[in-house]
Design a protein around this ligand. Sequence first.
Ligand code: NAD
Ligand code: UDP
Ligand code: UDP
Length: 317
Amino acid sequence: MRSLTRKRVLVTGGAGFLGSHLCERLLDAGNSVLCVDNFFTGSRDNIVHLLGNPQFEVIRHDVTFPLYVEVDQIYNLACPASPVHYQHDPVQTTKTSVLGAINMLGLAKRLKATILQASTSEIYGDPAVHPQPEEYWGNVNTIGPRSCYDEGKRCAETLFFDYNRQHGLPIKVVRIFNTYGPRMHPDDGRVVSNFVMQALRGESLTVYGSGNQTRSFCFADDLIEGFLRFMDTPPEVTGPINLGNPGEFTMLELAEHVIRLTGSSSRIVHKPLPQDDPKQRRPDITKAKNLLGWEPTIPLEDGLERTIRYFRDRFFA
Ligand code: NAD
Ligand code: UDP
Ligand code: UDP
């Protein structure tokens, strides 16, 4: 049972796709929420419906700089997440992950606050083990175009576990697998937002490479439920814990689903596969099931329908 007493919760990256859903859920549960965001990929539109709530506060701030606030819990989500966005200014991406983690860990240490890190399945790189359990150390290129994100997130995990061992800081590290849903950025270049926007515009869906590479897609609401459950675990539950939907699809299958569900007459075109694009990805969620009693409840088809409805209402009404 979640505590009913009000907590002050900091969400970095709170104006982003996942952050805005998290802020909303935390407010609904009776917490007061401080959203910190530099609005690089996030937007006021994502949180505008929360601004009238007296328990919600927003600070424009870049987490690569120190932050002095008073809170009880921290969710550290600040970081561009799509390849197009994180490769736009790769040095800033690494700084956001590494300096952002140091600053938020320093803040948590001073406050003795529990801090959750939004890590990623990308720390497994192009995985040689399938599906990926948390014990797998990964297969990451240190010098490629994805490295700023992958290595930044790996270093952040290292910092989290060193603050835990060195300073006794309560940490929660979650490795998020591809997540989609309403409020995804329409131009972020991610596969779900690209396909849905292309289908709704009646344009061809751009499948990179053969389209036989796989991903596992988790609906945002399921993921946020996992975050809240993880934050409520005892201090010895540090993770890392995979959160994602084990349903695995090829990009061709995803394109076909989107075309069918939108009723679009779009076709599929093939474009070159980006460098270091992982060939397969699927979470082993045994730990999430055992430690959090969590598993996804929203199948791809339902989640895609809700996402399509959002994009249609927002951009085509
Ligand atoms: P997003 O780009 O919508 O959200 C990231 C937010 O962080 C944005 O609001 C952005 O403005 C903000 N931000 C970026 N740099 C910042 C900085 N230096 N200081 C302050 N704010 C900054 O992406 P998202 O999908 O909501 O991802 C949220 C978190 O979850 C990220 O840490 C991401 O790495 C992680 N994650 C997401 C996925 C996914 O599939 N969506 C998968 C794995 C991990
Ligand atoms: N920090 C912060 N807010 C705080 C406390 C610390 O942003 O409330 C930053 C601080 O600027 C420092 C970082 O967190 O750069 C790490 O802090 P820590 O105390 O671990 O290390 P130190 O200050 O000793 O370098
Ligand atoms: N992808 C695609 N068409 C697009 C965008 C992406 O085929 O328009 C592919 C991409 O090459 C990758 C998969 O879809 O194999 C997921 O890409 P995304 O950028 O969404 O996430 P990530 O690669 O970070 O898992």
